[in-house]
Design a protein around this ligand. Structure first.
Ligand code: ZN
Length: 392
């Protein structure tokens, strides 16, 4: 009985401290009275918990606020540099490694070029470890200030089993990250890159996302991450959000996944570039070259228009399936918002009796291509800030 009671008190303390950290994280600084009122807890509870959080380095006392009568209240400030987190994002040809503080300021960044087909995953892990160690020594970051390391991966991920189950575009299957737990000295987390992007949007753009969103990551393929309420929705087999493989053209082009006519074969960045290269018979030109061409050239414009038709079809299906508040488009194409925004929305919100642009928004990611890697770095932080299970 006594033991039970002790656990309960400990749990309450942990919950209170998480709530206080969340509150101060968002508000940056508050007085103890503010905290007490916002969380509906007593001043002595605030005082004892704040003291502990100061000892742990998360908060500091930072001057006094104007008094409303009586003693001037002390200001408590959140310290974003009290901890750091590593994020690693694996994309085709490149691995990005970043370390951020708790406000996602990038303290350091490294990149490793990798072959198209990743045959030797183990040596890649060792290369990543080497870069991380060199970042810590170059920037004088003590190891005990690192919360952990998160991987954003290009495929289906079972985060509980620490398994990258399948990444067809990378020809990777059943990569078990438990094997690498001892390589790193910090807690290790893995998740699909579209899912980490969705989490990053919901957490970092807290006020804009209303916590009901679908992130559409447009790269080599298309991945989608779904946030429902405050949780990432992954489904029974952890495979929800493989919407890049929904059928958009019956008996269409053959996909790596085994199906035909998948959305990503018509609406990924790769499919757009391939279409341009074929029609214009130009190799090695980038997305920006072709999209700039589409400003004046009628042929290039037609290709973009057809591409946006396919992109819109998939997004319309997502709206009907999940009714999200926001759809956020990420990937390099989101840098060309000005060129595609209007036309894409016209196609998505073409008059229908089911939805319109008043009840939802289609947005472009404002995280400058960092959504996936920020979401990776967010995973080790989640234990600090979140109370409930973040995956359903
Ligand atoms: Zn497919």
């Amino acid at each position: 009985m006594n033991k039970l009671k002790a656990i309960d008190q400990e749990t309450i303390k942990v919950l209170n401290q998480k709530k206080m950290l969340q509150l101060l994280y968002r508000n940056k600084k508050l007085t103890k009275q503010d905290i007490s009122q916002a969380l509906n807890v007593s001043i002595p509870t605030v005082i004892s918990n704040v003291k502990e959080l100061i000892e742990q380095g998360f908060l500091e006392e930072s001057g006094v606020a104007e008094s409303t009568g009586g003693r001037k209240p002390t200001i408590i400030r959140f310290l974003p540099d009290s901890r750091y987190s590593f994020g690693v994002c694996i994309t085709r040809g490149k691995v990005r490694i970043i370390i951020v503080n708790l406000y996602f300021d990038i303290i350091a960044e490294r990149a490793i070029n990798i072959p198209e087909e990743l045959n030797d995953f183990e040596s890649l892990i060792l290369d990543i470890k080497k870069e991380m160690d060199s970042i810590l020594s170059d920037f004088n970051i003590p190891k005990d200030k690192v919360l952990g390391l998160g991987f954003a991966l290009p495929g289906t991920v079972n985060e509980k089993k620490m398994l990258l189950e399948n990444a067809p575009n990378f020809k990777l299957k059943n990569i078990c990250f438990k094997d690498y737990k001892n390589t790193f000295e910090y807690p290790l987390y893995i998740e699909n890159e579209a899912n980490t992007s969705a989490s990053a949007e919901a957490f970092i753009n807290f006020n804009n996302t209303s916590n009901s969103l679908v992130f559409v990551s447009i790269t080599e393929g298309i991945g989608t991450g779904i946030i429902i309420g405050e949780s990432l929705y992954k489904g029974y087999n952890k495979r929800a959000g493989e919407l890049g493989h929904m059928t958009i053209v019956k008996d269409g082009k053959q996909c790596n996944c085994g199906k035909k006519g998948c959305w990503e074969l018509y609406a990924s960045q790769k499919s757009l570039i391939n279409e341009y290269r074929e029609v214009f018979n130009i190799e090695n030109k980038s997305l920006s070259y072709f999209l700039n061409l589409a400003i004046d050239d009628i042929k290039a414009k037609e290709i973009l228009d057809r591409y946006l038709d396919y992109l819109a079809e998939g997004i319309k299906n997502i709206i009907l399936m999940l009714d999200p508040r926001n759809i956020i488009i990420g990937g390099e194409i989101s840098n060309y918002k000005n060129l595609i925004d209007l036309e894409l929305k016209k196609k998505i919100f073409k008059e229908n009796s089911l939805y319109n642009d008043d009840d939802r928004k289609v947005l472009f990611s404002n995280l400058d291509g960092n959504a996936a890697v920020f979401g990776a770095a967010l995973m080790p932080m989640e234990k600090l800030f979140f109370i409930s299970d973040k995956v359903i």
